[in-house]
Write a new protein. Structure first.
Length: 304
């Protein structure tokens, strides 16, 4: 990125733009080298102008919500990181026989789940305790306890790389396990969720139950990116890694969690290469012992 480009990005984003920013600040793993630039989107207009410029100049951009499910390489990444957690965080409720909630992509999942429970709206409790944003959850079809967000999504709005705002109904969305097909360069702006009416006390009880289950079974009190690998069909990645005897295995400051083997945690001072080394060890060992190839669920970006 040359000086002219950096200057133009600064003119578009103003104080919402930072340069050479450590991504360790913006990932739940707490690792990652510098991004050339970070833009914290506050408004749709500002986001559209920035994306239009970047697309026109052929500059790569990476959209980040809460920084979970993301591993940034130690040597950083080229282009612009667009953060949505500073803007696009509204929540709108539509009352009626079949209630729904429309929320901005930058809304934290826990904020959204709490809001719905307190409003007597049920259907999102299974997401309680996941440290992500709605946009990220939709983009990866987040799920837990046998449920997925595709089960409640009725519509999303996206910003295309060309700057158009487009709505897509559930029938137009191609969800798969931990994936959603979208046109290249698209950014999810908001999502509408079809919910059920319930007593707030009942919805809160289920939410707390799911949150406690997560707390009891996962290392949510230390830095991690969530589940590292997708579950193979008919099995669980965590079970295979544990059966391979890798719980508690360390490389540098990274460790395969003794609490849940499908989590790699930053015990302090971990690097992205430490985490990559543990991922490679898990993949190689599980393949050798069980003939199963583990596929990463976390997204790996940047220069290793």
């Amino acid at each position: 990125m040359d000086d002219k480009t950096r200057k133009r990005i600064g003119e578009i984003g103003g104080e919402a733009v930072g340069y050479d920013v450590p991504m360790s600040r913006y990932t739940t793993l707490g690792v990652g080298g510098n991004a050339e630039a970070v833009f914290k989107a506050e408004t749709l207009e500002g986001l559209r102008e920035m994306v239009g410029f970047l697309t026109g100049e052929g500059i790569d951009y990476l959209v980040v919500g809460r920084g979970s499910n993301l591993l940034v390489g130690d040597y950083g990444l080229d282009g612009v990181v667009i953060m949505l957690n500073q803007g696009l965080t509204s929540i709108e409720v539509q009352a009626g026989e079949e209630p729904w909630v429309k929320a901005g992509a930058g809304v934290a999942l826990n904020t959204l789940v709490n809001f719905c429970a307190e409003s007597g709206l049920s259907g999102l409790e299974f997401l309680a305790g996941i440290p992500g944003s709605l946009g990220g959850a939709v983009a990866m079809n987040a799920g837990a306890w046998g449920k997925e967000i595709k089960d409640v999504i009725t519509e999303i709005t996206i910003l295309t790389g060309e700057g158009s705002v487009v709505s897509k109904g559930r029938g137009e969305l191609a969800f798969r396990y931990r994936e959603l097909d979208l046109p290249q360069g698209s950014i999810i702006l908001d999502g509408s969720l079809g919910l059920r009416r319930d007593r707030p006390a009942s919805a809160k009880k289920r939410m707390i139950s799911y949150r406690n289950d997560r707390k009891n079974s996962q290392p949510i009190d230390v830095k991690s990116a969530g589940s590292v690998f997708r579950n193979p069909e008919g099995d669980y990645a965590g079970r295979l890694i544990e059966a391979a005897g890798l719980k508690g295995r360390r490389v540098g400051g990274a460790m395969i969690s003794p609490k849940h083997a499908n989590f790699i945690v930053n015990t302090g001072g971990a690097s992205a290469s430490d985490i990559e080394a543990l991922m490679g060890l898990a993949v190689d060992t599980v393949r050798e012992l069980f003939g199963v190839t583990l596929i990463p669920e976390i997204r790996r970006v940047g220069r290793p």
